[in-house]
Design a protein around this ligand. Structure first.
Ligand code: AMP
Ligand code: MG
Length: 201
């Protein structure tokens, strides 16, 4: 089965792009992708053990705890991906006080075996403005320089993931007023992958 990993900085709009692309899917009933958010699965896992009360608290947990929940979530997701085409929405890196935590360290990649990485990107200004508008989340307030640095780290980290797995990295810009274009690009990619059923492993 095909596994696509979609990542984006908080505010880049990865979830929005995938949701729009999945609406386009209706015309072609033959292609079925299940869509899951890695953060949701981690949050469920963290709540089972009473570690956090809200999802934005997860990135403030000690690194060891985050890695433990990350791996438990990975096992759950990997089980599901055995029997269905899957899109996983997650983060290339999670910014924490000790630095950038890899969202998909080698032991996670070995278990998940992704076929494709997609990076949803926007400009620094767009990201900052979207974070300010989103009152449903406790987004970190980052200045322009640190948003730029974070986005750069996500790019380099995604190429490291590509090297470890052999999967390609597609960059998709989700700019203001350009959601339809971004969703279309993602839709085309989904179709290509499901047609070719890549077998990298
Ligand atoms: P999201 O709603 O996509 O921003 O995800 C919520 C939270 O889940 C993030 O702030 C992270 O704390 C956590 N998270 C999501 N994906 C990963 C991952 N691959 N590794 C570690 N933490 C993650
Ligand atoms: Mg998201």
């Amino acid at each position: 089965m095909v596994l696509i990993v979609v990542t984006g900085m908080p505010g880049a709009g990865s979830s929005t792009v995938v949701e729009e692309a999945l609406k386009l899917k209706r015309g072609k009933e033959s292609i079925v992708f299940k869509y899951m958010n890695y953060g949701d699965v981690m949050y469920e896992t963290a709540m089972e053990t009473g570690l956090v009360a809200n999802r934005d608290e997860m990135r403030t947990l000690p690194g060891e705890k985050q890695r433990e929940i990350q791996m438990r979530a990975c096992k759950k997701i990997s089980k599901i991906s055995e029997s269905t085409n899957l899109i996983i929405d997650t983060h290339c890196t999670v910014k924490m006080p000790l630095g950038y935590l890899p969202g998909l360290p080698e032991h996670v990649l070995r278990e998940l075996k992704p076929d494709q990485f997609v990076l949803i990107e926007a400009t620094t200004e767009e990201i900052a403005a979207r974070r300010q508008k989103d009152k449903t989340r406790e987004r970190d307030v980052e200045d322009k320089t640190s948003i730029e640095e974070h986005q750069f780290m996500n790019r380099v980290m995604s190429m490291a993931y590509a090297c470890l797995t052999g999967a390609s990295v597609k960059l998709i810009g989700n700019h203001d007023g350009g959601l339809d274009k971004a969703a279309e690009e993602f839709f085309v990619l989904m179709n290509r992958l499901s047609e070719s059923e890549p077998k990298l492993y």
